[in-house]
Design a protein around this ligand. Sequence first.
Ligand SMILES: O=C(O)C1=C[C@@H](OP(=O)(O)O)[C@@H](O)[C@H](O)C1
Ligand SMILES: C=C(OP(=O)(O)O)C(=O)O
Length: 431
Amino acid sequence: MTTTTDRAADPANGPADPWPAPRARGPVTATVSLPGSKSLTNRALLLASIADGPGVVRRALRSRDTLLMAAALTSLGSRVDTDGDDWVVTPGTFGADAEVDCGLAGTVMRFVPPVAALSTGTIAFDGDPHMRKRPVGEVLRALRDLGVDIEGDGLPFTIRGAGAVPGGTVVVDASASSQFISALLLAGARYEKGVDVRHDGKPVPSLPHIDMTVAMLREHGVAVDDSDANRWTVAPGPIKALDRTIEPDLSNAAPFLALAAVSGGTVTVRDWPQATDQPGDQLREVLSLMGCEVRVGDDGLTVTGPERLTGIDLDMHDIGELTPAVAALCALAETPSHLTGIGHIRGHETDRLAALARELGALGADVTEHPDGLTIRPATLHGGVFHTYADHRMAHAGVIIGAVVEDVLVENITTTSKTFTDFAPFWAGLF
Ligand SMILES: O=C(O)C1=C[C@@H](OP(=O)(O)O)[C@@H](O)[C@H](O)C1
Ligand SMILES: C=C(OP(=O)(O)O)C(=O)O
């Protein structure tokens, strides 16, 4: 018979499935250095591959999403040397026919096609089964309007590159994902007329991620005008090669800071940037609102959990990717929470609103699913299997609950490799 302990620790075969989430026996105290940001790494790699010379991406995140990006750019014709922590990118001539595996990475499925359009080759895109359901049609429609030849309106699709893209003005409805806008801006300087992208539709989510795109383009010497709401103009011109260092992934800091919050412990995340466009920086405010003590110092960001967690009323439209971790915290809070403005996260790695309602509910949480959010009321939770639906951030929600609720088993914990390689042993090492 395999005991729970044996199943959790099997170095030869990786973590057990389902994985018994480690349970904190008291306040957890830890200091962690986290891997680099997925969003920054994948933008940095993509911009480096269409820059005017070789560039370096230091402290690159090595995870499934970033290795898929590196593979995609390599298949187009760039060289991406992923040995070590500092990745050297040498732009190449985009001419070969290629196949791009998007996996479940929104940044690969949305950001690579506008660059593939610069190739003279034929580029076929596909990905994981669930990826075929994630929205991308608006990016393809916009590219067609900008002069690109594309077969298909969703994954799988094929781009028949002509070696150049006319570019110009285009209107998109980016209410389903900010990545539609970022995708067009990232390649836009390499289009003959640049791009003038206008959004028409319900509000664009995840605006900090568009700010991140604009800031990185400017660092590469690209002229971007974002002075009007819902309009972004990128002037045509070269993309200067850079040597840049990637910040830690602040969204992936969520489960670690949450561990302090739920156990009444103290967790420090090293190298927290003083200023950043990463939406994870807003965890400072969210955790303070829930009753945590939050300090930024020379050693990083330190969170100390309260005796009792308070629920929150929070519009998460700008920080949707934090929802699974925040919802797990709300399920452990002593007052009700209302998380709103996040209808778009139904198009993330899974329908996160449905998945959170189902899986938190299965452990006894009182969760009501709304079209654009969740209401979570205090309840006594119990053990059980927490399903992840191949979503790394669902796994984070599961381990947060499991840290303080006996006998929580997280199914497919290795799905965390999307943005954090070997998350399970790292997490277990904190207990
Ligand atoms: O541009 C990016 O790097 C991202 C933008 C956001 O996407 P949505 O706008 O689709 O939420 C975010 O949720 C995702 O994790 C990363
Ligand atoms: C939505 C996310 O990822 P993606 O980049 O695949 O859209 C996420 O990481 O929460």
